[in-house]
Design a protein around this ligand. Structure first.
Ligand code: RB5
Length: 142
């Protein structure tokens, strides 16, 4: 799978762990920054991943900031994007099955790396259910 990923300064350390994990699983990773822990503006990095999704350069995206909230708000302003803020495995599974989420958002100040990697695995491994009721509901807002 091709995964587009980005973070701000608050998510930088966790992003490195996620990238290492994705590489170890054989995924292709597009790293859209940021490049360190110096303060930066998360909407810039959210846009690079939403562009990759909408231009079909990546299958799924991951955005990490301090809380995950700013990234999810910025990403969800973009047409075609269904970004899900997940801090538990249940939500990561449900949002793929029910919402066909195409971007996972996480807050590095909220979850530790162990749980974050389980959330990533669940998000990537879970297919959309393709059930009519979910297709209908998604079509009502996207
Ligand atoms: C940065 O301090 C912080 O505001 C950002 O990482 C994120 O949590 C915003 O929603």
């Amino acid at each position: 799978m091709i995964i587009s990923i980005a973070c701000d300064h608050g998510g930088y350390e966790l992003k490195l762990e996620v990238i290492e994990h994705l590489n170890s699983l054989g995924h292709t990773v597009i790293d859209n920054g940021c490049e360190g822990t110096a303060s930066c503006d998360y909407p810039i990095y959210a846009k690079s991943v939403t562009d990759d999704i909408n231009e079909k350069k990546a299958d799924l995206g991951i955005l990490i900031c301090g809380t995950g909230i700013g990234m999810s708000m910025a990403a969800n302003k973009v047409e075609g994007i269904r970004a899900a803020l997940c801090h538990d495995v249940f939500s990561a599974k449900a949002t793929r099955e029910h919402n066909n989420a195409n971007i996972l958002c996480m807050g590095a100040r909220v979850v530790g790396p162990g749980l974050a990697l389980m959330i990533v695995d669940t998000f990537l491994e879970t297919p959309f259910s393709n059930e009519e009721r979910h297709i209908r509901r998604i079509s009502m807002y996207s």
